[in-house]
Design a binder for this molecule. Structure first.
Ligand SMILES: [Zn+2]
Ligand SMILES: [Zn+2]
Length: 245
């Protein structure tokens, strides 16, 4: 599988960057994992929306779904004018906040599927399992495999004792590192870079890619310094870079 980082920032982008979004491609499958602001433009830089099987949303915070408000126009116009983009496009995401889920459904170009903890589904050779995480709104991690390798994307989540078990032996752990330890508060909605390193170590994953970087000023060096305490080979996601999973 190939994972292209469309955007790595949250909850707002650094200059020139985009919020959370990833393109996952396998032989016969093309999935967008989250589509925060700025990611649709990046998707057009990397093959566009033709052949997209589905969008899977970890949760309905704007930094993860905002570009679905714009993708609707692309679907309406490209489908209407060129008939080369099929609609409705499948969108998997939490049913809450209900007002947002309903708004997306009302556009008529999305087939909305509500996420459930433990839910499994398949697109071609790729299967996806959702796991409920800890966040102010329902948020789901994605465990994705083509039968050969495995990607685990945490979405947004605070610390969870079961995370290391869930992502055990994954080839790539794409982890929320929205915080540095010095900024962590009680019931923080994001993992710290240090916590992501601990989870990666305990889960014995092959590779840790840190993402959901605070656009207000965290540098890659700050993230790596903490994450590498427990997981020395930790990396920070690079926008528009394609990672082999
Ligand atoms: Zn976020
Ligand atoms: Zn969030």
């Amino acid at each position: 599988m190939k994972l292209t980082v469309l955007g790595k920032y949250g909850p707002f982008p650094a200059p020139g960057g985009a919020c959370s979004g990833y393109l996952l491609e396998a032989d016969d499958v093309k999935l967008a994992l989250d589509m925060g602001s700025g990611t649709l433009s990046r998707l057009f830089q990397r093959g566009g929306i033709a052949g997209l099987n589905a969008v899977i949303l970890s949760h309905l915070h704007s930094d993860h779904y905002a570009d679905l408000l714009i993708l609707r126009y692309a679907l309406e116009l490209l489908h209407g004018r060129e008939k080369r983009i099929p609609v409705p496009l499948t969108v998997v995401g939490p049913g809450e906040p209900e007002s947002i889920f309903r708004q997306l459904a009302a556009f008529g170009v999305y087939e909305m599927v509500a996420s459930i903890d433990g839910m499994k589904f398949r697109f071609g050779s790729v299967s996806v399992t959702l796991h409920r995480m800890i966040h102010p709104v329902p948020s789901y991690a994605m465990d994705i495999t083509d039968g050969r390798t495995r990607l685990f994307y945490t979405g947004d989540t605070g610390w969870s004792d079961r995370l290391a078990d869930l992502c055990k032996y994954a080839d790539v752990l794409l982890a929320d590192t929205g915080l540095l330890s010095s900024d962590k508060t009680t019931n923080a909605p994001h993992l710290t870079a240090r916590e992501a390193g601990i989870i990666a170590r305990d889960a014995m994953v092959k590779r840790l890619i840190c993402t959901h970087i605070w656009g207000g000023g965290y540098t890659d060096e700050m993230i790596l310094k903490e994450a590498s305490e427990a997981f020395p080979d930790a990396e920070v996601a690079e926008e528009l870079f394609a990672y082999n999973v």
